[in-house]
Design a binder for this molecule. Sequence first.
Ligand SMILES: Nc1ncnc2c1ncn2[C@@H]1O[C@H](COP(=O)(O)OP(=O)(O)OP(=O)(O)O)[C@@H](O)[C@H]1O
Length: 713
Amino acid sequence: MPELRSGARKARLRNKQLDDVVYPSPQPFDQPEEKVLPAQNRTGRRVGAGRGRGCNAKVVAEGPSPTPAKPTAAGRRRGVRPIKSDPAAQCEIHEVDGVGGAEEQFFNRVEVVADKNLVIERESAEKPMGVEEEASTSPIPERVQVGSSPVYKIERKLGKGGFGQVFVGRRVTGGTDHTGPNASEVALKFEHCKSKGCNYSPPYEWQVYSTLNGCYGVPGVHHKGRQGDYYILVMDILGPSLWDVWNSTGQAMSPNMVACIAMEALSILEKLHLKGFVHGDVKPENFLLGQPGTADEKKLFLVDLGLASRWKDASSSKHVDYDQRPDIFRGTVRYASVHAHLGRTGSRRDDLESLAYTLIFLLKGRLPWQGYQGDKKSFLVCKKKVATSPELLCCSCPPPFKQFLEIVASMKFDEEPNYPKLVSLFESLIEPCMSLLPIRIDGALKVGQKRGRLLENLEENEQSKKKVRLGTPSTQWISVYNARRPMKQRYHFNVSDSRLLHHLEKGRDDGLYISCVASAANLWALIMDAGTGFSAQVYELSDSFLHKDYIMRLWEKNFYISSLSGTANGNSLVVMSKGTSYTQQCYKVSDSFPFKWINKKWKEGFQVTSMTTSGSRWGVVMSRNSGYSDQVVELDFLYPSEGIHWRWESGYRITSTAATPDQAAFILSLPKRRTMDDAQETLRTSAFPSTHVKEKWSKNLYIASICYGRTIC
Ligand SMILES: Nc1ncnc2c1ncn2[C@@H]1O[C@H](COP(=O)(O)OP(=O)(O)OP(=O)(O)O)[C@@H](O)[C@H]1O
């Protein structure tokens, strides 16, 4: 079966494919990949697309908890008291340090989310609303005249995307050229004014075309305006897309052909980037050749600027700021860069990574992440991309493709691509006789001329220092250290359930409270501090993740979750303390990282104060009055060192960490009050970092957060 995600998907296949071009019988993987649009587009276009399906998240406000068990005398005045893991005894609370919590407060505080079915909304192959439906109610006009344009008669359909339909427009009078304002034939892109991409204002793409008009490799736009219910763009007519060509040439292209495409695509992207834009949706369907039978028939063009965004601020000319919003995905799953999957602000490196996947697809006919279906598609595809080494992805490809991928996949967010060097990688694959080339490489030749030998050696050294994705997942301890005034800190690791009580009692006797807990291989790690500021502490070891009744009961007694950890086999250790600054708390358990929920709670004044995982599930605790003025998330399939460094530079510090066997998440916070010494360091170690901790202590750096899970690839 072809890779179709829904009936809607079928309907959206290009008319061109269905009507005009006769293909060899399709292979299971030969459907063009569908673009996924953000629910909220930073550029303001296509807001709302992709919404409405796939989100089963429920926020359940809980009713009153059962009456708490009466505290035992033994528990009174004790700072730390365990509650047995025996399920029958789970609700028995042995510690109470003054029972408080009026019902009102209790209700105020309770906001438990016990939903386990959160799916990533952006992944759903939701049919963008708009053109298709509107088309039936508002027929495409027979003649078009917008602004000062000549009158065009509408002829055959050239193509259709999620938002636009493109038709041939034949000039009714005059017009003798092939391209330009005086052309006899033009391409007319219709977008319905009610489509989500327009929302009664001209499509965002128009602004980009206006800024780029005349840019090398971008079709010229001659007129635009509204007629009836449609916004219409009049542009140069082009020929088949690389997707069409790939299909008509038996779904494989020669290295010579793909090398020409690589070089010319790079020169087009260079020009586009020079204008301050990134394309945001580089893929075979968006590269078109010139019209057959014209001088441009071997010339490459890049269309569809609907997802373009600025990498360089128009007024300041500075690079836009780094950010990560894991709920925002823009682009096409098959070709999107890993950073785009993870919701990082688009920059030049993303177009290049998408180009690498495009080239490898054209060459090999398949990418290893094709075939995933369903709500977790984007997650699974991204995971596969991270775990596929350039070596593996480019096996059977000539070496330049692997080199290209290695370079672009390890680029920094604000790094300027070395276009001449990238172009030159493919030179060895080009046939020497220019007139026989399947694609014209005029632009690439100009880019290549800039290249100097000296520069080349310099850059090669730089590249060799960079990390390349190895494709080998690894799990490690991630420990975070904060500078602070000297204090007593103690750690225990490889602690079995039965030894927990012993360590905690010993700590309590020495005036230490638990500041962090973590788990590896179903054994616990405990960090105990003298400087927590807590006045009382209880914990519960439970065979569920997380034990709602216990937490609610302790909330009622003015204890708040101060740390927690889950184990791979579904157990959890919840530590609740008095003496925190928190005034309200809520938590959520979810099957995928609950960024949407976190984002919603941020808006309500909550901040993440602890989080953990159990297998692939996440447990996130958020509190009001946490002492942070702002918070951000770094989420990745490996340790996101670059993102963390960007955040550090902006004053954020890691305040929570958690990792599954697939992903690591970091919460970074901006403290309301800056401390004198805000130094922070992180370590990743295969074994518990016992010797490292001692070294850090000698420098007054103390463990602030620790977890075990996915780090590197
Ligand atoms: N200038 C052109 N000349 C010829 N065909 C074109 C031209 N522009 C677009 N097309 C055809 O129309 C199709 C849809 O165009 P385009 O990608 O701009 O629409 P879209 O609705 O923005 O698509 P998407 O859903 O990818 O955002 C293209 O894939 C191509 O086949």
